[in-house]
Design a protein around this ligand. Structure first.
Ligand SMILES: Cc1cc2nc3c(=O)[nH]c(=O)nc-3n(C[C@H](O)[C@H](O)[C@H](O)COP(=O)(O)OP(=O)(O)OC[C@H]3O[C@@H](n4cnc5c(N)ncnc54)[C@H](O)[C@@H]3O)c2cc1C
Length: 499
């Protein structure tokens, strides 16, 4: 059932069993898991079925530090940002869950094996294929092969691509479910606790038209995205004046993005041109597409103390043939000088492109803060301060070096290396991918985490968080498959508590 929050009388109190704040992939997955069970679930959604400018405006806020990350890339409507995402799905790698001595604050409270059954269920929610991402499983329909690279350095895996719009796809399911009530135009502005209690009692939802109402429940789940989750905790001060779950000043900190670098050149001798078809999207019957990509080998990542690194390769129709004696091609060959470069001698070369996305370290200085400026509902706007550490930048360059080495060793081609200099132009061009992670991070230690292994806020008995804000580290895989898997897992935990 859908209810327009603007029609709810001022001051009305809704009593329910579970209150979910936000209906993006995280909130909708939770709703699907709870549908038709013998308890009532209220979902509060800031937006309507379609995005509206006056509601999107609530997302606006300043950014400092690195440019290239705009807070208004998110959608406020039923379905959340899935209403305009790209749908690239891949799980985190096993190493991403490990405690790595070279990655500060790394280590999830559980290993990837623990998440596997939830990943499988997440595939159904996202409408993608079997939970396999290896090149042995995914055969190209026209027989195109992955590049013959050493898997110790770089291995080929795939993305499964299905840009499922959660809003339109799941609307009917929410209309039909006997126990789900979705309140649209209902932005939560505060979660209320009491200094003498460890519980959240109710939340206030407001509409842009001016009416407000409260929702009371034994369980609350914040699923408002990687920026709004910390924003709502920080503004909720009826229990302590530092915000809910923020006794250790960790809410909003350790913001992470996936640094993206586009347009790295990659040369191949023209007469031995390679087939990159495996790395272009190919149609699947059950869902939209599969596409090969390259990911750093586990062994080399441990040996060389690297963060996550992955790359997609592509060619453009206008790619020309270049002379191998051009300075840039010479430079790429020089970067792998211990390798045989004779394959490029005496012939022209064809140019392809590489696009990489990488992991960044959790950094306390990258964070969401509140500003003095307020939005139309009176809520302090979020400010994002995003930094990249030297380790984050070097990781991109060293990841490319390993990729270049793998291509060179296999005799496939040469990769143009970006300049070593940390002030070089390409460093300034590093952008994010609208993946907002880490701001309510998971840790068993309340000093270093906002939520525990069950995604429950430390020190608050009945408040949980869903979404990529709980990621303690972020690997290089796009986040939504993992967001959905964690939401399925959280739903199981709450169902158990409801029993
Ligand atoms: C252009 C683009 C392309 C992307 N491509 C990919 C991709 O290929 N692969 C991938 O894995 N990820 C991709 N992403 C990221 C992906 O969209 C997010 O990871 C995902 O949507 C996060 O889901 P969520 O439910 O946590 O948050 P959201 O989808 O942001 O949903 C949050 C919901 O909470 C609601 N809300 C917010 N504040 C309040 C409040 N105060 N009260 C009530 N409701 C509130 C919002 O209206 C929204 O509906 C992309 C993102 C963008 C912008």
């Amino acid at each position: 059932m859908f209810i327009d929050g603007r029609s709810v009388p001022e001051g009305h109190l809704v009593d329910t069993d579970i209150c979910i704040i936000g209906t993006g992939p995280a909130g909708i997955t939770l709703g699907l898991e709870f549908a038709d069970l013998p308890f009532n679930v209220c979902l509060l959604e800031s937006g309507d079925f379609e995005p509206r400018p006056e509601i999107s405006e609530l997302n606006k806020g300043p950014t400092t530090g690195r440019h290239g990350e705009a807070l208004d890339c998110r959608e406020r409507c039923f379905g959340g940002t899935s209403n305009h995402w790209t749908g690239w799905c891949r799980p985190l790698d096993a190493i991403d869950f490990d405690q790595r001595s070279w990655v500060p604050h790394s280590g999830w409270p559980f290993a990837k094996d623990h998440l596997e059954p939830y990943y499988s269920r997440a595939h159904e929610v996202l409408g993608i294929g079997p939970p396999r991402f290896d090149a042995e499983f995914w055969k190209h329909p026209e027989g195109a092969q992955p590049l013959p690279l050493s898997p110790d350095l770089v291995r080929t895996e795939v993305y499964q691509i299905e840009a499922r719009r959660f809003g339109p796809v799941y609307r009917q399911r929410f209309e039909r479910a006997s126990n789900l009530s979705v309140y649209l135009h209902s932005s939560v502005v505060e979660l209320h606790g009491r200094p003498d209690s460890t519980r959240v009692f109710d939340v206030t939802a407001k509409t842009l038209e001016g009416n407000s109402f409260r929702v009371r429940a034994p369980f609350f789940i914040l699923a408002a995205g990687g920026i709004e989750n910390p924003r709502l905790l920080l503004v909720s001060r009826s229990r302590t004046n530092v915000g809910l779950g923020n006794e250790h000043d960790i809410v909003g900190r350790c913001f992470m993005e996936h640094p993206h670098v586009n347009d790295i050149g990659f040369w191949v001798a023209a007469q031995s041109s390679i087939d990159l078809s495996y790395y272009r999207p190919w149609d699947e019957q059950e869902f939209r597409a599969v596409m090969g990509m390259l990911v750093l080998g586990r062994e080399v990542a441990i040996r060389e103390r690297r963060l996550g690194f992955s790359a997609t390769l592509y060619s453009r129709p206008d790619e020309g043939v270049r002379n191998p004696l051009s300075p840039s091609v010479q430079r790429s060959a020089a970067d792998v000088e211990d390798l045989d470069t004779s394959g490029l001698d005496g012939s022209d070369v064809r140019e392809y492109r590489c696009y990489c996305r990488t992991e960044q370290t959790p950094n306390l200085n990258s964070r969401i803060l509140l500003t003095d400026d307020r939005d139309a509902l009176g809520l302090p706007r979020a400010r994002l301060h995003w930094e990249l550490t030297e380790q984050d930048v070097l990781n991109i360059r060293e990841g490319l070096r390993i990729l270049g080495r793998a291509l060179g060793e296999a005799g496939v081609g040469r990769l143009r290396m970006p300049a070593d200099d940390l002030d070089a132009g390409w460093v300034g061009d590093i952008a994010g991918g609208c993946h907002h992670m880490g701001t309510t991070r998971m840790s068993m230690d309340p000093a270093w985490g906002v939520v525990d292994a069950n995604c429950k806020v430390h020190g608050v008995g009945n408040l949980y968080v869903a979404g990529s804000s709980v990621f303690p580290t972020c690997g290089s895989a796009n986040p939504t498959l993992t967001i959905v898997a964690l939401a399925v897992r959280l739903a199981d935990h709450i169902k158990e508590r409801m029993r």
